[in-house]
Design a protein around this ligand. Structure first.
Ligand SMILES: [Zn+2]
Length: 374
């Protein structure tokens, strides 16, 4: 551990306990979504105490308080931390970013920081990874009507090479199937390409600026030097100030795509989980990257790596109608889950009743319910 005395001093100096008057007796703002908004806005009020420190210029929150916030129990091992209830489980580690939420592999933005015998996680992991995954409804509402599908590569750029077909072909086949399925359901669908052409990355994001879709979904297939590697990866843009999954250095630039950090995570999480369920593929995790089409997005966006063409058997499956249909079914089911989580409710009273903090599966241990009891 990088325990240094000046950080201990900083900890003492900067450890602030936040509390909101009124939360104790159930009056005032008992809405955890609002508490999060306030916390995100660096205001000095929250619905319940969330203690934080600054470490290397990054804000970390005390894991005990995060667990408490969601009504979860916390448990510590030599390797990391588990937050859990009967229906929810967040697993994080001290030495690596790879962990899981409700059994789905996810790459957190930073490992757990163990300082002064207490575990901390970055505020960004709390607000932009854990929170959007655990919440039943997320605060930024959306009515989804128009979806832009972006089949990666094309034309002169074949993408990854496969045993049967190249990536550009498979991406387009999946995209066209997805388009048809979405249109059948009544969505308006716009494709960044409909044939074997190569729109530049900027052309693709310019199209999004022009047509203003509600969601942007980029379809790709993967490749690795190790031909044994297989499985599905789902990407969202890395929040400002954090490291991408494949990087070790943080980047502070805030891109247009970062306006949707919470929605991006929920979209990636819902679609990734459904894809795994429908295809039975190996879980390679929800990952962060500053890919051009994601960072310059004008709406919540994800990039799906549907499998590895460098793996012979997965490459062959990806070229089959059967696998492509399963991928489409997985994406549709994930979109349905996401749409439910962001659906605007008819009136504010109903919004309050539905609660904002319950688990994805809607259990009794909702943060909303818990806060109201106090
Ligand atoms: Zn690709």
């Amino acid at each position: 551990m990088m325990m240094k005395s000046r950080f201990v001093f900083l900890l003492l100096l900067l450890s602030l306990v936040l509390s909101l008057p009124g939360a104790e007796n159930g009056a005032g703002s008992a809405d955890p979504a609002e508490a999060l908004r306030k916390l995100a806005g660096q205001e000095t009020k929250a619905a319940k105490p969330i203690r934080y420190i600054f470490y290397s210029g990054v804000r970390y929150v005390l894991l005990f308080d995060v667990a408490d916030f969601y009504g979860l129990t916390s448990q510590y091992t030599k390797k990391g931390v588990v937050l859990y209830s009967s229906t929810r489980r967040v697993e994080m580690f001290y030495e690596k970013r790879e962990g899981s939420i409700n059994g789905t592999k996810t790459f957190f933005l930073a490992p757990v920081l163990y300082l002064d015998k207490r575990p901390y996680i970055t505020e960004s992991d709390f607000l932009r990874v854990i929170d959007p995954a655990l919440r039943t409804r997320i605060s930024r509402k959306q009515t989804i009507r128009t979806i832009m599908i972006d089949p990666g590569h094309g034309g002169s750029d074949p993408g990854a090479k496969g045993p049967v077909q190249s990536e550009k072909q498979i991406n387009l086949l999946i995209a066209v199937k997805l388009k048809r399925a979405l249109e059948k359901l009544g969505f308006r669908v716009i494709m960044t390409r409909t044939g074997d052409t190569f729109p530049a990355l900027k052309d693709r994001t310019d199209m999004a600026k022009k047509y203003k879709p509600d969601l942007f979904i980029s379809i790709h297939c993967n490749s690795a030097a190790n031909t044994a590697v297989r499985g599905i990866e789902t990407f969202l843009v890395t929040p400002a100030g954090a490291c991408s999954t494949a990087d070790k250095t943080p980047q502070s630039t805030r891109y247009t795509g970062n306006a949707y950090d919470q929605n991006n995570y929920r979209l990636a999480y819902d679609v990734h989980r459904s894809l795994l369920k429908f295809t039975g593929c190996e879980d390679r995790g929800v990952r962060h990257a500053r890919f051009f089409v994601l960072r310059n997005s004008v709406c919540p966006s994800i990039l799906i790596e549907c499998g590895f063409l460098s793996n012979d058997s997965e490459g062959r499956l990806l070229a089959s109608n059967e696998r492509q249909n399963k991928i489409v079914a997985g994406i549709l089911s994930g979109l349905a889950r996401y749409a439910e989580a962001v659906k605007p409710l008819p009136n504010p009273a109903e919004e309050k009743k539905a609660g904002t903090g319950a688990a994805a599966s809607g259990t009794q241990s909702s943060a909303g319910g818990k806060t109201q009891k106090r």
